[in-house]
Design a protein around this ligand. Structure first.
Ligand code: IMP
Ligand code: MG
Length: 173
């Protein structure tokens, strides 16, 4: 396994997750949420976030999308590999994604879910790379803003590897 240089420590991620969860709990006070994790990259973040949300009333569902032609370059097209099991109409939907990069994936998912008539739709991303944006896309909840570096760990892969790392880091080549 190649060396991975730590960029965001496990402790820093955990305290950010608590902070985001606190904000989300306040914003959705007394409401029931449909949390939608985007596979595979957001599986660890989604798991930690919903536990940090504590006793909030919610359902959790997942979508799987593929947006990358190769390991590190976007193909510009988004394919839905697994759709939701839960109807979105009339629900407060919180989309949970690992990284906001070019914005193509979130742009597509927002449009796709909006058309299904949710009561509200917000996005929570762990990482934002604003310098890479190709289309207008933003998130209501952002964990960390990072420079244009290819990162791995905490669910995020490089050619399906490194998802298991507890921190976010950069592969040393
Ligand atoms: P976007 O459509 O370009 O915004 O791409 C978002 C998706 O690209 C993320 O959900 C990740 O799966 C992937 N991605 C973007 N940057 C990285 C990275 O640095 N490492 C691993 N995957 C990335
Ligand atoms: Mg990926």
């Amino acid at each position: 396994m190649a060396m991975v240089q730590e960029l965001i420590s496990s402790q820093a991620i955990q305290s950010k997750v608590s902070e985001l969860a606190g904000q989300i709990r306040r914003d959705y006070l007394g409401q029931s949420l449909l949390v939608v994790g985007i596979l595979k990259g957001a599986f660890v973040f989604t798991a930690d976030l919903v536990r940090a949300l504590g006793d909030m009333e919610m359902e959790v569902d997942f979508m799987a999308v593929s947006s990358y032609g190769t390991a590190t370059e976007t193909s510009g097209t988004v394919r839905i590999l697994k759709d939701l099991d839960t109807p979105v109409a009339g629900r407060h939907v919180l989309l949970v994604e690992d990284i906001l990069d070019t914005g193509l994936t979130l742009r597509y998912l927002r449009d796709y879910l909006s058309r299904q008539g949710p009561l509200s739709l917000r996005v929570c991303v762990l990482l934002d790379k604003p310098s890479r944006r190709k289309v207008e896309a933003g998130a209501e909840y952002v964990g960390f803003t990072i420079p244009d570096q290819f990162v791995v760990g905490y669910g995020i892969d490089w050619a399906e590897r490194y998802r298991n790392l507890p921190f976010v880091g950069v592969v040393q080549e």
